[in-house]
Design a protein around this ligand. Sequence first.
Ligand code: NAG
Ligand code: NAG
Ligand code: NAG
Ligand code: NAG
Ligand code: NAG
Ligand code: NAG
Ligand code: NAG
Ligand code: NAG
Ligand code: NAG
Ligand code: NAG
Length: 432
Amino acid sequence: MTPPAPSLFILLLLLLFPVIITSATLPPSPTPSPTSSPSHSSPSSSPSSPSPSSSSSSLDPKQLRALQSLNIPTSKDPCSHNATLCDSSKPFRHIISLRLSNCSSYVALSYTALKSLSTLQSLQLLNCPVTPIRFPPELIASLRSFTCVKSLHKVSGVWLSRLENLTDLTVSDVQVKTSGPYVILGRMNKLRSLTVSRANLTGNLPKYIHSNLTHIDFSGNQLKGSIPASITMLDGLEFLNLSSNALHGEIPASMGNLISLKNLSLASNSFSGPIPGSISAIPGLVHMDLSSNQLNGTIPSFISHMRNLKYLNLANNNLRGVMPFNSSFIKKLTVLKLSGNSNLCYNHTVLSSKTKLGIAPCDKYGMPMSPPPAKESSADDSSDYSDSDEDDNSRKKEHHHGPNKVVLGVAIALSSIVFLIIFLILCSKCCR
Ligand SMILES: *[C@@H]1O[C@H](CO)[C@@H](O)[C@H](O)[C@H]1NC(C)=O
Ligand SMILES: *[C@@H]1O[C@H](CO)[C@@H](O)[C@H](O)[C@H]1NC(C)=O
Ligand SMILES: *[C@@H]1O[C@H](CO)[C@@H](O)[C@H](O)[C@H]1NC(C)=O
Ligand SMILES: *[C@@H]1O[C@H](CO)[C@@H](O)[C@H](O)[C@H]1NC(C)=O
Ligand SMILES: *[C@@H]1O[C@H](CO)[C@@H](O)[C@H](O)[C@H]1NC(C)=O
Ligand SMILES: *[C@@H]1O[C@H](CO)[C@@H](O)[C@H](O)[C@H]1NC(C)=O
Ligand SMILES: *[C@@H]1O[C@H](CO)[C@@H](O)[C@H](O)[C@H]1NC(C)=O
Ligand SMILES: *[C@@H]1O[C@H](CO)[C@@H](O)[C@H](O)[C@H]1NC(C)=O
Ligand SMILES: *[C@@H]1O[C@H](CO)[C@@H](O)[C@H](O)[C@H]1NC(C)=O
Ligand SMILES: *[C@@H]1O[C@H](CO)[C@@H](O)[C@H](O)[C@H]1NC(C)=O
């Protein structure tokens, strides 16, 4: 009954064949997804590297005790902790920068601890719901930068206004109780960067703002009224974000005086009237977001001559008429959003319908041909023109999976055929 040796060998070879094929074509374990690697390499924030380690002196004992009272581990050299930055003075070093993050609920700020820490130039509170206390005058004199994100429960404008020597103030995701931003800004004459965002800040934009500010972010509050001249006089201003407030009125023509402006957002307010032509005088503007207002009139054609523009969002307004951009301008932008302007259309002899803009082609009178493309006006994503890099990537990823399945299928089919042949051979032997 036993088959002769050579045929056994062939049989074994045939049996192994499909195994070899499948193991050679299958990808080695789960394919590493290309998107997972960058998230790993994000270097977090490690700018607070310890200061010159050549200094052999140690931290001021008073400050060491203050750190301990704030629950910062001090077993190792507290100056090499990533939450601190020390100077190199002798005989004792002093802390000049301190970050408290993710505080436990029983950490408390004490006046004594803060008084000992009056060498601080920078204080950051991130996700530290401690109770605010009055800062000692020595600390107020020294502090240049104060950041408070999701911390201190609630602060008042008056409390913030005492920090007179600040050049940088950031308050985000904290309720700020005050009758208006002017209370906070009153005596901060050295301020350069100001962020009070998602703070339920009420009142009007201040009528006076001192002139050295380069960065203003009041986004996500309840500010009302119109844009005052004080804002448009800040000729060093590079960044202005007033989005998601209750501001109204026309965008002032004096906006064009902001000659240093790079990023502008007035999105999600109630601004009305036309897009002022003076904006064309801002040479370095790269980011302009005027979406979700009630702006009307046509899109001024000067926008297509703004050389540095990369991001343009005019969606959800009442703009009308023929959209003035040609394809070379559109290609230059990374983001262009125009959807949600029901009377806006594009000239189909100038632009192909392949450029998804979320608006309808024009008829010969410069009105949108009805009905506007239903698919595009409903889906927000498809209505955005953006650089097709991402789309290409995702398409490539899908293709990447395709061939593997095909190879697997072929391997299975081949091995089934091989098994069939073996079966037939065995059968023919048996039945002889
Ligand atoms: C600081 O160091 C601690 C542990 O030493 C670490 O858990 C934390 O993520 C670091 N923070 C930053 C912002 O690097
Ligand atoms: C604080 O917590 C957040 C989220 O829980 C985490 O992402 C962050 O790294 C933490 N920061 C520090 C310095 O530990
Ligand atoms: C601000 O700093 C200067 C010196 O840098 C100091 O004379 C002044 O008193 C400080 N202001 C406050 C309110 O502490
Ligand atoms: C702002 O007010 C709203 C409603 O009044 C509240 O839900 C929200 O938590 C407040 N935001 C902050 C940062 O306190
Ligand atoms: C603005 O800054 C300049 C120098 O950077 C300074 O001379 C001037 O006094 C500052 N103005 C105000 C109002 O602080
Ligand atoms: C303005 O602030 C909003 C909300 O904080 C943010 O989503 C948006 O990206 C900001 N715009 C600019 C131009 O930075
Ligand atoms: C300004 O806008 C550009 C283009 O959209 C963006 O890349 C950059 O991050 C923005 N800068 C700030 C400070 O938000
Ligand atoms: C734009 O809206 C304003 C009212 O907000 C109106 O007075 C004006 O006539 C409108 N302009 C155009 C061109 O529709
Ligand atoms: C597109 O418009 C820009 C600015 O209006 C113009 O300089 C350029 O020549 C136009 N390109 C084409 C291909 O029409
Ligand atoms: C569309 O463009 C063509 C060629 O530039 C022009 O002749 C025509 O008048 C334009 N149509 C509208 C509605 O503006």
